[in-house]
Design a protein around this ligand. Structure first.
Ligand code: 0O2
Length: 213
């Protein structure tokens, strides 16, 4: 495919990223306005790089005319403060199922941690995009994780990129140790979750009062 064909192929995927970011960010905005706790801390999204799409197609034996079978060309990441928030976000996505998106399947890398140490909850969805040429349904991946899981995954992803997937054994071992540390951090934070939420609510109340003066 030449640059122009790629550009056209990616149009619905780019549109889906933008729409999904708006939709999940809106949930946070609305809950904040209602003075309710938001299980969503922040949302990011990306289109998979063309080189990564081609690598994945090669790995999964997907022919170039069937690239839409790749599930994570559109990827949305939802970050949460606490592990318990992940369940709430998963529920929110389930509630949307059959409305503006359809759930295809899920991967629970939280209860089934990957050998690398990776933890996250993934939901693969079908998402209809209204294009200039009518509706196009695409696949997208929603990754839901805590801030600690995200910190670990971001660092591990950079190292994996640097070493082209072959991270040296000693660094790999250290990454497994840090994955355990991130897991412990999540567990400890969950234990004092109510304290933290009270403190955050007090802080928000004070900030709102100051901004009204
Ligand atoms: P990018 O740059 O975001 O496109 P497999 O790799 O075969 O085990 P599969 O079937 O490709 O897994 O899908 P999976 O497990 O849902 O992984 C898709 C995405 O999840 C990855 O995309 C990463 O974003 C994230 N992910 C999965 N495993 C790991 C891991 O061990 N470490 C980190 N840091 N992220 C992971 P890409 O294509 O790797 O990256």
């Amino acid at each position: 495919m030449d640059d122009r064909s790629w550009e056209q192929f990616l149009i619905p995927y780019e549109q889906a990223v933008e729409e999904l970011k708006v939709k999940f960010r809106s949930i946070r905005k609305e809950l904040k306005k209602r003075n309710e706790y938001s299980p969503i801390e922040f949302v990011t999204g990306r289109i998979k790089k063309i080189s990564s799409i081609l690598e994945k197609a090669h790995k999964l034996n997907v022919p170039l005319d069937q690239l839409e079978e790749i599930e994570d060309i559109t990827g949305i990441r939802i970050m949460c403060q606490f592990v318990q928030d992940i369940e709430r976000v998963v529920e929110l996505v389930h509630q949307r199922g059959g409305k503006d998106m359809t759930i295809v399947y899920e991967k629970d890398y939280i209860n089934n941690q990957k050998p690398s140490g990776y933890r996250s909850h993934h939901i693969i969805i079908r998402y209809p995009v209204q294009t200039a040429h009518g509706e196009k349904e695409i696949l997208a991946e929603i990754q839901i994780r805590t801030l600690a899981m995200n910190f670990w995954a971001t660092i591990e992803h950079s190292l994996s990129y640097k070493y082209e997937g072959n991270i040296p054994d000693d660094i790999r071992e250290r990454l497994r140790t840090t994955a355990e540390a991130a897991h412990l951090l999540d567990t400890e934070m969950s234990e004092i979750r109510d304290e933290i939420r009270d403190a955050q609510q007090m802080f928000e109340y004070k900030s709102n009062m100051v901004s009204r003066i």
